[in-house]
Design a protein around this ligand. Structure first.
Ligand SMILES: [Zn+2]
Length: 402
């Protein structure tokens, strides 16, 4: 294994979450026990300091047929709308013919907002069904994996290239980065949105670590990767979406956009906190291990008093947590979920059955909330259950501050 960013051999293990199944594939009854397990271990590069997984599940397994649709979440769609407006206003309001490319365009939600502003759009989406759905809604989309070779056939250059979330899990990282440089217009803006590792650690959100996320960037480590491919960041800020998403504005190394200074302030904060250093991650690993002991203890205590426990929500990230904590159906009877696509399925690895929210006749004594990042919303929506004495347990405390 060499570093995915700088090719160094000096990779040190920092976080080990054990053997885990691919967390995005909920199981049918007949698939139980047949799912493969893969190591889920984060290593830290002593040279470029990028945190990354040391094992890659083949991308065809992970992205051939995923069921997550960005259009489903209203708050996400609103965020995408704001992004399109910001980019249009700040950089291209006077530009006559403008084109945007979205890498990992999903069902076209982001691009629809650009279309409304008069942009020509193109999406690249590796999941066939999802690409088809975007096409049906009038969003031009190619069903390919983006890389340097495929980039040539897309008809650039593009004023804007957008990548939300996907920069984490690109197996062909350098080919992708070269492809972006080759089809970005000379005055173009590459907007990369990613879960910010410093924030993940500060929030204790270790369940964001899963096989789809091969890389865990801070701004400094992202910049190192960009530099290697003739690109550079000239502005960045933290958006509240997903509990802390970094928005990095990138251009060619000799591009025309002036630095706003905000990216420098973030880099200085990373330096001050030491969030790119190995010991920062080792401390995080200790905290995760402590969380495991505490969670097992508290659930065991409720169980010993005969309490009935249900999981609330069956988010993909919940599987990292359940498998690492080794919490299964002996502790949690079922996971209560709204998403109809998960009806009658079982959680991978721990095999907890999923039940639909509208079919739960009696509430349990305890809800173990896997979608813990929505704590305040959940407590508000379930005031009636709280009043009746149902206990809500949160495996990770979102109010915790490092
Ligand atoms: Zn490296």
């Amino acid at each position: 294994m060499i570093c995915r960013v700088c090719d160094s051999l000096r990779l040190d293990p920092v976080i080990d979450l054990g053997q885990q199944p691919w967390c995005n594939h909920f199981l049918r009854q007949e698939e139980i026990g047949k799912e493969p397990f893969y190591p889920l271990k984060v290593v830290h590069c002593a040279d470029c300091e990028t945190a990354q997984l040391d094992f890659t599940v083949p991308k065809e397994t992970m992205f051939g047929d995923h069921t997550y649709l960005s259009g489903v979440t209203r708050s996400l769609s609103h965020h995408f709308e704001q992004v399109a407006h910001e980019v249009n206003q700040r950089f291209f309001s006077q530009h006559p013919d403008k084109t945007v490319l979205d890498i990992g365009s999903n069902d076209g939600t982001q691009l629809k907002h650009y279309q409304k502003l008069g942009w020509k759009v193109l999406g690249v989406e590796s999941s066939k069904g999802t690409a088809q759905r975007a096409l049906e809604q009038g969003v031009p989309t190619q069903n390919v994996f983006f890389n340097q070779i495929n980039a040539q056939g897309l008809g650039g250059p593009f004023q804007v290239i957008n990548a939300s979330g996907v920069f984490f899990h690109l197996e062909e990282l350098h080919s992708v980065a070269d492809g972006i440089r080759s089809c970005l217009a000379p005055d173009g803006v590459f907007l990369v949105q990613f879960l910010y590792m410093q924030k993940i650690v500060e929030n204790g959100a270790f369940d964001q670590i899963y096989h789809e996320h091969l890389l865990y960037y801070n701004l400094k480590t992202l910049e190192r990767l960009l530099q290697r491919h003739g690109l550079t960041c000239f502005d960045a800020y933290l958006a509240p979406i997903h509990g802390g998403s970094m928005m990095a504005f990138v251009q060619h190394r000799d591009g025309p956009h002036a630095s706003t200074g905000r990216e420098k302030a973030i880099l200085a904060e990373e330096e001050r906190k030491g969030s790119n250093r190995k010991d920062w991650y080792l401390k995080f690993a200790q905290r995760i291990a402590r969380m495991k002991r505490e969670n097992i203890e508290i659930l065991g205590e409720r169980k010993s008093r005969g309490k009935r426990i249900y999981g609330m929500g069956a988010p993909v990230k919940g599987n990292t947590l359940l498998n690492y904590f080794q919490i299964g159906p002996a502790t949690i009877d079922c996971l209560v979920e709204k998403n109809e696509l998960r009806r009658n399925l079982f959680s991978p690895g721990m095999h907890i059955p999923i039940r639909m929210e509208n079919e739960i006749a009696t509430a349990p004594d305890v809800y173990y909330v896997l979608a813990w990042n929505f704590k305040h919303e959940i407590l508000k929506n379930h005031a009636d259950l709280l009043a009746r004495g149902v206990e809500f347990l949160f495996p990770v405390d979102p109010d915790w501050v490092a």
